[in-house]
Design a protein around this ligand. Structure first.
Ligand SMILES: Cc1cc2nc3c(=O)[nH]c(=O)nc-3n(C[C@H](O)[C@H](O)[C@H](O)COP(=O)(O)OP(=O)(O)OC[C@H]3O[C@@H](n4cnc5c(N)ncnc54)[C@H](O)[C@@H]3O)c2cc1C
Length: 383
């Protein structure tokens, strides 16, 4: 097994570092203006580094997934703004369009995704349906009166992140009743959020943020050409999208950054009158996180190598998604113990400690990742 990057990859890393040195907006990440971030994204788009691993014929950069990893790793180390402005659109809607979209759909949606003109949200979960996604009930019925040119959608989605700012929803609906076909009765639709009949209601989180919503669909008319993949093939489309979502969630680069921040907190906190970072128990705990994050990084690179050899992301992305959950909550709790009484004040660490219990559920809860690893990777029997 060769743990080294190729000469070409290292050359690319040097190019990325030089670009970051020249273009990373000045100041702390939280002080950057929307104009700075827009200018940063514009420069990335000119280099085709947004959607870098997408095929060139689809507007991407034609880079390898390893080069894309290097790009993200260097950006994370340098605390640059994110890569592109539409996280969900770039992480899974774009790849799903590239795999399943018609030429007309690719022409219509991919340029906007790459140039920061679109914002997508994702409509999977329903009030009674989360982990058991195939039980979804939101219905789309072909309107025979319109000559079959439109679906009419009725139902409700929940926990829809960013629905209040999104222009489009990447949405799963039921086109055949569950009793006729559970998985085969599901279809993926791309729906403009300003369609008549869509109502968005906010859900506030316990720290007061508004990122979740409920979305109601009352006789929403959706042209048939907005269907992604064939009718009844939504499950296939969405399994690929979920693997991409988990692959994004499971990247180790963000965890490495969180660990650096945690070390900085330990350096600046006191334990028994000395910097907490000098305390053996604190060092042991930080070392434990570091070794788990290194394992995540190597496992992530192994998955990317499989992708380089032609296999799209699949169930293996659940391993790092699960590990991330096992790290984020203990790390946030550990930051509280370093803060001591200051843990009662408001601040980014306190917010993390309250929100990470929810964050680890997004994209599929830890128990669901355990089931996937047990049944589909280790081949254990279903319970
Ligand atoms: C931060 C965040 C962002 C999200 N964003 C979106 C979004 O943009 N769009 C969207 O559609 N949804 C979104 N969700 C919803 C998310 O996908 C669901 O919350 C998740 O799939 C779990 O579903 P549920 O909440 O209905 O819980 P349930 O499915 O009711 O699960 C409750 C508990 O039971 C456990 N459980 C359930 N089934 C099993 C089983 N078979 N075996 C073992 N344990 C089981 C689960 O692990 C969990 O602990 C988001 C959630 C979060 C927290």
């Amino acid at each position: 097994m060769d743990f080294n990057f190729s000469k070409q990859d290292e050359k690319f890393r040097t190019e990325v570092r030089a670009f970051i040195d020249q273009n990373n907006p000045a100041g702390r990440p939280e002080d950057r203006s929307p104009k700075d971030i827009q200018a940063w994204n514009q420069k990335l788009a000119e280099k085709r580094w947004i959607g870098f691993s997408w095929p060139r014929e689809d507007g991407g950069g034609g880079g390898s997934v390893i080069e894309q990893f290097i790009l993200k790793e260097e950006m994370s180390k340098a605390h640059t703004p994110a890569l592109g402005s539409d996280f969900m659109g770039l992480a899974w809607v774009g790849p799903a369009l590239i795999r399943h979209g018609t030429a007309a759909q690719k022409d219509r949606f991919l340029p906007d995704l790459l140039n920061g003109r679109s914002v997508w949200c994702t409509g999977y979960s329903e009030p009674d349906i989360g982990s058991d996604l195939a039980g979804l009930q939101t219905k789309a019925v072909l309107d025979e009166g319109s000559g079959g040119s439109h679906y009419v959608v009725n139902g409700q989605k929940i926990w829809t992140t960013a629905a209040h700012v999104a222009k489009w929803i990447f949405m799963l609906v039921r086109t055949t009743s569950e009793s006729e076909s559970r998985y085969g009765g599901i279809t993926c639709l791309l729906i403009p959020m300003d369609s008549p009949g869509i109502e968005v209601q906010p859900i506030k989180s316990l720290v007061g943020y508004h990122s979740f919503n409920q979305v109601f669909f009352n006789d929403v008319r959706v042209p048939v050409e907005n269907r992604l993949g064939a009718e009844g093939e939504g499950w296939k489309v969405v399994m690929g999208a979920l693997a991409n979502e988990r692959s994004g969630i499971s990247e180790s680069t963000g965890m490495e950054r969180q660990l650096e921040d945690l070390k900085e907190l330990a350096r600046n906190s006191k334990k028994n009158g000395r910097p907490a970072l000098e305390d053996p128990a604190v060092r042991r705990e930080l070392g434990r996180y570091e070794s788990m994050i290194s394992a995540m990084r190597l496992n992530g690179l192994r998955n990317l190598t499989k992708q380089l050899q032609g296999s799209p992301p699949s169930t293996e992305t659940s391993v790092n998604k699960f590990l991330r959950g096992q790290l984020e909550i203990p790390m946030a709790d550990f930051s509280m113990s370093l803060l001591g009484t200051a843990a009662q004040e408001t601040g980014p660490w306190q917010t993390n400690s309250l929100t990470f219990h929810g964050v680890v559920i997004g994209g599929g809860s830890p128990n669901i990742q355990r089931n996937i690893i047990a049944e589909r990777i280790l081949g254990l029997p279903k319970d």
